[in-house]
Design a binder for this molecule. Sequence first.
Ligand code: PLP
Length: 460
Amino acid sequence: MSQLGPGLPDPEEGERIRALDRAHLFHSWAAQGSVNPLPVAGASGRHFWDYTGKRYLDFASQFINSNIGHGHPKVVDAIKAQADRICMIASIFANDQRSEAARLIAELAPGDLNHVFFTNGGADANEHAVRMARMHTGRPKVLSTYRSYHGGTSTAIGLTGDPRRWANENSGSACGNIAHFFGPYLYRSHFHATVEEEECARALAHLEQVIAFEGPSTVAAIVLETIVGTAGILVPPQGYLAGVRELCDRYGIVFIADEVMSGFGRAGEWFAVDHWGVTPDLITFAKGVNSGYVPLGGVIISDAIHETFRDIAYPGGLTYSGHPLACAAAVATINTMRDEGIVENAARIGKEVLGPGLREIAARHPSVGEVRGMGVFWAVELVRDRETREMLVPYAATGAQNRPVDEVVAACKEQGMWPVYNYNRIHLVPPCTITDEEAEEGLAILDKALDAADEYAVSG
Ligand code: PLP
């Protein structure tokens, strides 16, 4: 069998699949007239390939979720074995894979987060976390950050602090009773800070003011991505999360950490909060919990919040809560990640390869304003001018405004590397299983591709 699999390449088949897609599929977050998806013929490890035989190094991990890589045989075998035993049993029944997945997740989670409510993905995990917080506190309002993404359903898109919320607000689809605040982001400080300690202290003072002005007795929860993902890969300064924890305790507010993207090894720890030793009241997860082999998400719940629902019915549920195929995939994923040291690999790759490599690239390219990240969770922030930090494409850019970054992305893909991009940033988010050689190959491709961005930048 070739690396491409049996019978490939087959460009005609690729075109047939693309034509059917365009005839019948409705795509996410897109004007349907501008969608032109690449037909994918197969995937393995850190690569996927199309029907012409072109291979791509997956520096996106699909939607930043294939943490264990593509087609890991232990996870695939677990799904097959579960399918042979029982594909679906409703969540009113106890099931071995569901129980074991919950046990493993609770074991990995910090503090007394001992209970798991399973959902289908990340958005509904956030919906339910907010619902639990509102019922637990008896308060209606939720605070979340500008520069965040929490999912595409009503509450989750209402929480979201990026331009995707706007059209949902205009159409009346985003839930209200949510106020936004600025989190720490030293490179573009909203607080005129010049060093991390200042940014941390001022961001916490700002949050406390927002709580005071919104009315502490109205605030049920603060929802934060532990490390902001799509909106910038913003690693919080030392002390920030502990400060948020302290504010939540002081005002009786539930601390919800959205670890949908940052969890399960992405940041080089099982949960990103582990870097700072902070225990939220609720953690939401999805993506890396089983690398999306079968859809799964959930909320990890503290003993205290669980206690609220001991005698009061929780008013929410899903037909597919704790789907056995998804839970079997989660059990196999977590066990395999443990056995094969995959989280440790992500941490090491970040420290030894991606971090140093990106810093070298930054020094060579005038278009790179900042590189930041940890584990296999990195952003390259592109600017027109390093002095003024003017973004290479503006916030909320559309169409032709995106051209400089579109050119970089096209150059990466041309050379066989598939990155993530968001406005003026390229994100490098490969699977946690990536090897040193693959990471170096991806960096070399990015290095060349950034020449396109340099054309738009003030040099020197
Ligand atoms: N929260 C975060 C931080 C995310 O990155 C995402 C998806 O990218 C979500 C929530 C939503 O997850 P899902 O797409 O599984 O609903």
